[in-house]
Design a binder for this molecule. Structure first.
Ligand code: KIV
Length: 283
């Protein structure tokens, strides 16, 4: 429930730190609200409205201008993970395991995931993969590391899959995705992100899993939704079909910068009120 005071919308839900366990218990309940965050001030703004904040490896594309998420490393994730944990008081912070940091063996995955949690203060990690990652998910979950799975379109496998197109748009593509989701959930994932799939498949996966399914480009049939915050705020020119722009901050930033440039050039900024006076001078 939300109330609005002046220009600020305040979420009136009682605040408590979300955990992987709380999120897992939300299966079939009110939809789980998730967004990405990479920096402290953004995390602080999102925190009161979200159940889960993901420090996604999309940070590489969104903040560093990389072409894909493949160039993101563990240090980058830990640095941004710490920043987000400083801003988040009640949402569960989940940190993406970057490409190459967990696929080699379950031991490698444990070592790196343990570093991520102990060095950031986050409550869980996310990793991409289905059947082939189930053993790793089981190994981590049984050793105290909550795991959010990620199946369907998996951006770290963009080269293997040949692009970012939606999956499961013909029925013959369904079974491997369903098998992936079941394998990860049965291995102990507390929830599963399902990315870029046709609505009937999303509905099916949501029905068969006993843990929450968090959709991105996967229809409203899922137990929750996640978007890249900068996408839904309109910071990028590229606008995938599944993103609704809730703001146009890219346009607003350009307008503000143009105004600043004009005012600097015309010497109307800084004005009197932005200017220090000598101590003791009038006003
Ligand atoms: O890296 C990311 O931002 C993600 C998404 C699920 C949004 O994995």
């Amino acid at each position: 429930m939300s109330t609005t005071s002046k220009d600020v919308t305040v979420d009136a839900r009682p605040k408590r730190q979300q955990t992987a366990k709380n999120i897992a218990a939300r299966k079939g309940d009110t939809p789980i609200v998730c967004l990405t965050a990479y920096i402290t001030p953004m995390a602080a703004r999102l925190d009161q409205h979200c159940d889960l904040l993901l420090v996604g490896d999309s940070v590489g594309m969104v903040l560093y201008g990389l072409d894909s998420t493949l160039g993101v490393d563990l240090e980058m994730m830990i640095r941004h993970g710490r920043a987000v944990c400083r801003g988040a008081k009640q949402a569960l912070v989940v940190i993406d395991m970057p490409f190459g940091s967990y696929e080699e063996s379950k031991e490698q995955a444990f070592r790196n995931a343990a570093r991520v949690l102990s060095e950031t203060g986050a409550g869980a990690v996310k990793l991409e993969g289905g059947v082939e990652m189930a053993e790793t998910v089981r190994f981590l979950s049984r050793r105290g590391i909550p795991v959010l799975g990620h199946v369907g379109l998996m951006p770290q496998s963009v080269h293997a899959h040949g692009g970012y197109g939606a999956r499961g748009r013909t029925v013959d593509e369904w079974q491997p995705i369903i098998d992936d989701a079941i394998a990860i959930a049965e291995a102990g994932a507390f929830a599963v992100v399902l990315e870029g799939v046709a609505e009937p498949l999303a509905r099916k996966v949501t029905e068969v899993l006993s843990v929450p399914v968090i959709g991105i480009g996967a229809s409203n049939a899922c137990d929750g939704q996640i978007l890249v915050t900068e996408d839904m705020l309109g910071l990028f020119a590229i606008n995938p079909k599944f993103v609704k722009r809730f703001a146009e901050i890219g346009r607003d930033i350009e307008g503000a910068i143009a105004e600043y440039a004009d005012e600097v050039r015309s010497r109307s900024f800084p004005a009197e009120e932005h200017t220090y006076k000598m101590r003791g001078a009038n006003s």
